[in-house]
Design a protein around this ligand. Sequence first.
Ligand code: GLY
Length: 366
Amino acid sequence: MTQITVELGDQSYPIVVEPGALDRASQYLQGFAANNRLFVLTDDHVGSHLLPRLQDGFAGSAIELVVKSLPAGEASKSWDQLEMVTDWLLAAGAERSDTLVALGGGVIGDLTGFAAAIIKRGCNFVQIPTSLLAQVDSSVGGKTAINSAAGKNLIGSFNQPRFVLIDPLVLNSLPDRELRAGYAEVVKYGLINDAEFFGWCETNSEQIFNRNSDALSEAIVHSVRAKALIVGEDEKELSGRRALLNLGHTFGHALEAETGFSERLVHGEAVAAGMALAFRYSVRRGHCDPADAERVVAHLKSAGLPYDLSSASARASGQRLVEHMMHDKKMSGGTLPFLLANGIGQTFLAKDVNLEDVAAFLEESS
Ligand code: GLY
């Protein structure tokens, strides 16, 4: 078992990474069961195979699990589902001292965290992330949101969980495509500021895709440690430090928008292609050795992830992709900050990027 703390003063919280932890969740969660109950939110996929294991752990205990299962998929991050969840909580008499448990991937985590932020002006929530992407990224750091007609994650709040319980073994049942998409966010930590970890990824990615428990645990622990440190330094993305976690996301956002935020290109895949584009664009601007960008591309390619517009199924004009970027919520005063790199493990925030130059670069890349 490894425990990592997100250091945020009186909002600090532990993250436990432990193979098999789902079956022991009752031991970890009993302290959160005000009124001898926990409100569990999950989705129809996770609910069918992982929820019974959570419930078995509580069998014979005095704690009641009050469960709501939502349709699996991004469409559940909506006003409709948020309203349904908050109505359900209010009808069940949820109080501020109660705790919501998010058992699922990023969609369930984001929706549960936001519901917890607003129900009676705030109750507690804990995360039990069940996808690699949620384990290494979205369950940590308190970004919660739903989508709106204007775009993804535009309605939300920073709301830190009280506890995160990560069981790497639940990934054994994760579809291969989702595992690989989540892996893009693991690689991201190496590219941001840890060249040695990127080397570890190059050596160990096959073990990860073969669901080797030790390799998965190491990747998760390393990633969560890196994220916890950054969130502890810049919880609300004010200083530029947390913005580093957006490497690949600005290019990736354009690719996701072009493919309709659909199954054609899932978030982690868009981030993979976005990171490759960020490195190639860094070469174009003279920041980065071309050999580093080629190493990034080669690794993403070997991991079965998209690494350019064509492999991301997002062939569009540079101008059109830049127009998508202009709807990014990071736009500020008509400019868009970009995460670029001086090399592997040397990401930095550039605020002087000319969008016409980005369009020209993308045009040449398509
Ligand atoms: N996923 C980026 C962040 O949590 O800041």
